[in-house]
Design a protein around this ligand. Structure first.
Ligand code: F6R
Length: 597
């Protein structure tokens, strides 16, 4: 959420690095952007509303600069506007900031008494004024930062330039990601790897409470106790090409089509090798948000069915508010693509404080959640850039299915063993099956039915309902059509009153045992004028053909079925959004990584 980049070097590259870095981070927020840079001993600040393309138009690229900081924003305090865009400058201090300063009102009231005036609605301007105030008081920026850390509550990743020293950038981190990119006679500070990938693959990870003074050829680090500290320089192995769209027009499209390869990679990595043993816990609690939570619901179905351990799925942002029945016999599984989702991270910390073991199912290497949990399984989906998740979601489902399979295969019960007998052979076939499901012209035809509708419903039972939730989220987030997922049997307890002539209802039917019931529910809505679209596996007897459209997918082992059933739903959402000419990779109001609570 929000992207930060900073550069200090010797070859007048600052403007180029800042803009290319911000472009790479745009998925983190895109309602306004800005940069501050030094040219001829003068600090320039340029900001604009909207995407980075707007900012680029007003930058004079003839300016020569060796130092600068930049920001792409996802508004938290104050509307998206030039005035609220970062960088903010107060007195001698200029900053860009990610995160939320929770006690900013109290700090602002204090600073008003000292004559500070505020032009924006942001908490960031308050942080900036506080740093200026402390700097004036202390006459030393490092002392000012130390006191700042004591006074400020909340989350912050900050890049700072001080008017009295244009030869360095300061970086400060708490509860919001920040890395320092290490180059030759140049250094970088960024909230995420893609910002610096074109320039270096070496980085230092800042931990909470740490800060740094960075020049073109030195990095001085301080730990949370403000003591000088040395940290390892790490290397990341991603390549700049991995961030490109390849032959696709959209990242989301590319990522949807990468899924067969992701499953292949995960099979090679995990099957036959040691995975965490979840069988010894009395209870499992899954914490996650959004699509990751939907993956968790699939995991609940699979783990309960095949390992007989009770599983509870909690929306991470709600986790701390209820009474928690967790202890050392509970495994808390945190699922997160970014590994930075503030609510999920907080839930992990709470679980640890209650003595639980924690397992992370995480995509981003070295991310905060990956570092916080006691054990981590990476989903190996590769970097996901489209804001709406696809390949990371299916990788999460795959990993949960592997965890359930690992318990199931040790069962002494013949019936249980029989249920998983086709698991491995079907898993090996999965990538080819997935490719064939993705290659279907029906998605465009269905998109033509859906794109001008105001409301769409998804219905299913059991695991199919969990898939409906993900299909519905995908559709609404990228196509802006209101949709809802309903357990098929629940429809007639109220929602069916919304069904009118032509209301699309998409039914998912993959479980033979309950198929006839969902089919009956589809008939009920059809009888009330709905447009009935059915996605079913090829073993299901769909009965009389009343459907407006049907997509038939192969039946595979039930533990693997969700991985392929989601594909039509992703494709339908994508085609609808494309038909509506929506900004598919960066839907309005959203951001890729939600680092605020
Ligand atoms: C929807 C989507 C979000 C994320 C959610 C959690 O397409 O991407 O709902 O799933 O914000 O994010 P992570 O997985 O990064 O914790």
């Amino acid at each position: 959420m929000c992207g930060i980049v900073g550069y200090i070097g010797k070859n007048n590259k600052a403007l180029e690095v800042l803009i290319s870095g911000l472009q790479q981070l745009e998925y983190r927020g895109y309602d306004s952007a800005g940069i501050a840079y030094i040219d001829n001993e003068k600090l320039n600040i340029i900001r604009s509303k909207g995407k980075i393309a707007n900012l680029e138009k007003i930058i004079n690229f003839d300016d020569k600069s060796n130092i600068g900081i930049g920001h792409t924003r996802w508004a938290t305090h104050g509307e998206p506007s030039e005035l609220n865009a970062h960088p903010h400058k107060c007195g001698k201090i200029t900053i860009v900031h990610n995160g939320i300063i929770e006690n900013y009102e109290e700090l602002k009231n204090e600073l008003l008494k000292y004559g500070y005036e505020f032009k924006s609605d942001t908490d960031t301007e308050v942080a900036c004024a506080l740093l200026d105030f402390l700097y004036n008081q202390e006459n030393d920026i490092l002392s000012a930062i130390k006191i700042f850390k004591e006074k400020v509550q909340g989350a912050y990743a900050i890049n700072l330039i001080c008017d009295d020293d244009f030869d360095c950038i300061y970086a400060i981190k708490k509860n919001s990601p920040l890395i320092i990119g290490v180059g030759e006679n140049e250094n970088f500070v960024a909230s995420d790897v893609p910002a610096i990938l074109n320039y270096t693959n070496k980085y230092i990870q800042l931990d909470d409470g740490e800060f740094a003074k960075i020049t073109s050829d030195s990095i001085i680090l301080y730990n949370k106790n403000n003591e000088l500290v040395k940290k390892d320089i790490k290397e990341f192995h991603e390549k700049a090409e991995d961030m490109e769209k390849g032959n696709y027009d959209y990242y989301m499209e590319k990522e949807i089509h990468e899924q067969p390869e992701v499953i292949r990679k995960m099979t090679n990595e995990y099957i036959g090798s040691d995975m965490p043993d979840i069988s010894n816990y009395k209870k499992i609690v899954i914490v996650a948000c959004g699509s990751a939570m939907h993956a968790g619901l699939i995991g609940k179905n699979l783990i309960e069915e095949y390992s007989n351990i009770p599983v509870e799925v909690d929306i991470a942002s709600e986790f701390r508010y209820g009474k928690l029945f967790i202890d050392k016999d509970t495994l808390v599984i945190a699922i997160s693509q970014s590994g930075e989702t503030a609510d999920t991270l907080e839930a992990v910390k709470i679980a640890k404080s209650k003595g639980c073991d924690t397992l992370g199912i995480v995509n981003a290497y070295g991310s905060s959640i990956a570092r916080e949990v006691s054990n981590v399984c990476y989903t190996k989906a590769g970097r996901e850039i489209a804001v709406a998740t696809t390949k990371a979601y299916s990788a999460q489902v795959t990993l949960l299915s592997f965890l359930a399979y690992n318990v199931a295969k040790t069962s002494k019960n013949k019936e249980d063993l029989c249920k998983i007998s086709s698991f491995l052979s079907d898993l090996n076939k999965l990538p080819i099956i997935m490719d064939s499901i993705l290659d279907n012209s029906l998605y465009k035809e269905i998109a033509n039915i859906l794109y001008d509708k105001n409301h769409i419903f998804f219905i299913g039972r059991g695991i199919d309902y969990a898939l409906c939730m993900e299909g519905s989220l995908k559709l609404k987030e990228i196509s802006y059509i209101h949709s809802e997922a309903y357990p098929a049997g629940e429809l007639k307890h109220g929602t069916i009153s919304l069904i009118d002539n032509g209301t699309p209802v998409i039914g998912i039917v993959t479980d033979e045992k309950i198929a006839s019931k969902t089919i009956s529910n589809l008939k009920e809505v059809k009888a009330r004028g709905a447009n009935a679209i059915c996605i079913a596996t090829d073993n299901i007897n769909l009965g009389e053909d009343f459907y407006d459209k049907k997509i038939i997918i192969p039946k595979v082992n039930p533990m693997l079925e969700p991985i392929i059933t989601i594909l039509p739903l992703q494709k339908i959402a994508f085609e609808v959004a494309k038909l509506k000419d929506c900004p598919i990779d960066q839907p309005k109001n959203l951001a890729k990584s939600v680092t605020v609570e």
